[in-house]
Design a protein around this ligand. Structure first.
Ligand code: AHR
Length: 512
């Protein structure tokens, strides 16, 4: 039996709602055919946005949405996306080299902010820090945020239909600048960041900037970036920074099978690589602390998810770049990742799963008027209870899984867990990483107890290869079960390859 201890008197910190963030890039079928169908479409829409997706997305409380890229951002000219839609230029999209598709610019700043308002999310814009100028970046911020009537750019925004400022607070200054974003060295990029941040800040003290950090393959980027950044301490003004971005993809180039077909060891291999985000976060944060002991900035994991780079081909083969279907495997991976973010909420201030629809680790698949919520969507739905709650210390003891792949043996834990408390609701989320065995879990509560009723929500399916599709859109959805908790112990069975939420409604602290 696996034992989990939850300490109700040991809070790690508040779980920032932005950890439950999303990512919308002008890539494949994410924007066009994904969120946007156009106002004249036969597909039910609200101001051009796919109505079913808007309604379902709002349900899961999408706290923040990053846009317009990704790599796309580094060739984006924000002026192409404003003004009458029929007059907007048609341009070559960053992804043209991969799919030959062009950019119609029908979705620009006004439309994206409208989308965020429809789903009650905060916008997070990614600035082009590679192929435009600092002044143009600053002008974009001015266009978005300056009070009505105050400047010529604010008047232009009003003329384009939005007298009220957009109030975009979060701005990423660059994207993957070690790669598609200009192939820069950390020192080169640091210089760029400092310029963009100090100049852009002049538009508003409320602005929050996010710097480009590494992906897991180049952790040393961070040391070099911060060594350069710290030079400012002696030679000039300190460029402001809210967060430091990391990208972490569970990249499948074959060892994990394909998106729909995989063996047991291939399942475990995906879990193992997913779990490795934890030491990556810890080591990156340690570097930030070493660089800025007095006030380390937060981590912003603004791209994460499973990416079947060679084998993602469903459900509409060849239609959209990086489109892939999901099964219970992606759901369990999403759950273990969110558990890690919850447990490190003292370090992670934002995270954005890549990407929202028809691309990589999607929450939706859309085709014509059909819009399917994937298994990962339901994980976000179950986990929304953690938003703004106090994350609690958890200790998991017990079973591990060993497996062998490509001649190497590995061990991973059988259960992933996180817990939080808010308004007398204790939420415990569990992911069973075993594709073979159900797990009996005994939960001990310390420094508190629960009384009265609680519920258990289980996302599972007879086959771990099950997922939702256009043919069977509701094949895998969470099922609610009653439990009868009392006192300070509870035993639950977590089915193999499943995600479970325990919501213990009546919670009372014992005097400690
Ligand atoms: O999410 C797809 C791409 O992956 C993004 O554009 C880029 O930032 C990353 O390499």
């Amino acid at each position: 039996m696996i034992q989990i201890g939850i300490r109700l008197d040991e809070e790690i910190g508040r779980i920032h709602p932005h950890i439950y963030g999303h990512f919308v890039e002008h890539l494949g079928g994410v924007v066009y055919d994904g969120i946007w169908v156009g106002e004249d479409s036969d597909i039910p829409n609200i101001k051009g946005f796919r109505q079913e997706l808007v309604e379902k997305l709002k349900e899961i409380q999408p706290a923040v949405i990053r846009w317009p890229g990704g790599c796309f951002a580094e060739t984006y000219d924000w002026r192409d996306g404003i003004g009458p839609r029929e007059q907007r230029p048609v341009t070559v999209n960053w992804w043209y080299m991969n799919d030959g598709k062009i950019e119609s610019n029908q979705v620009g700043s006004h439309e994206f902010v409208e989308f965020c308002r429809l789903v009650s999310a905060e916008p997070y814009f990614a600035v082009n820090a590679t192929t435009t100028t600092v002044l143009e970046a600053r002008n974009w911020i001015e266009y978005c945020n300056m009070e009505q009537g105050m400047t010529t750019l604010a008047l232009k925004r009003e003329k384009n239909g939005s007298p009220e400022p957009f109030n975009v607070k979060y701005w990423g200054l660059g994207n993957e600048n070690w790669g598609g974003g200009g192939c820069m060295t950390p020192e080169d990029y640091c210089h760029i960041y400092r310029k963009y941040a100090i100049i852009s800040k002049s538009v508003g003290p409320e602005l929050q900037f996010i710097a480009c950090g590494p992906y897991e393959g180049i952790p040393e980027w961070t040391e070099k970036f911060w060594a350069k950044y710290k030079e400012m301490y002696t030679v000039g003004r300190i460029a402001p920074m809210y967060g430091y971005s990391l990208h972490y993809y569970v990249t499948n180039t074959g060892a994990m099978g394909s998106e729909l077909e995989y063996t047991g060891p291939q399942w475990y291999e995906m879990m193992r690589v997913g779990l490795d985000i934890e030491p990556f976060l810890q080591s990156q944060y340690a570097m930030l602390q070493a660089a800025l002991p007095a006030h380390p900035v937060g981590l912003v994991v603004d791209e994460w998810g499973v990416w079947h780079q060679l084998y993602g081909k469903h459900p509409q083969p060849g239609k959209y770049l990086y489109e892939q279907a999901g099964t219970m495997r992606e759901a369990v991976l999403a759950a273990l990742t969110l558990n890690i973010f919850n447990r490190h909420c003292d370090k992670v201030v934002m995270a954005n799963v890549a990407q929202l629809v028809n691309c990589i680790h999607s929450l939706f698949l859309a085709k014509g008027s059909a819009c399917v919520a994937t298994t990962s969507y339901y994980v976000f739905d179950m986990y929304k209870v953690h938003q703004n709650a106090a994350s609690l210390q958890t200790e998991v003891e017990g079973k591990h899984i060993t497996y062998t792949i490509e001649g190497e043996s590995y061990e991973i834990p059988a259960i992933s867990c996180s817990a939080s408390v808010k308004d007398d609701v204790l939420a415990v989320t569990l992911a069973n990483l075993s594709v073979e065995d159900d797990q009996d879990v005994l939960i001990h509560l310390y420094a508190g107890q629960y009384t009265g009723t609680g519920t258990m929500h289980v996302l599972s399916s007879p086959s771990p290869k099950d997922g939702n599709s256009f043919e069977e859109p509701y094949k895998v959805t969470p099922v609610e079960q009653a439990i009868a908790p009392a006192g300070s112990e509870l035993t639950v069975t977590v089915p193999k390859a499943s995600v479970v939420l325990l919501k213990l409604n009546c919670y009372s602290h014992k005097p400690v």
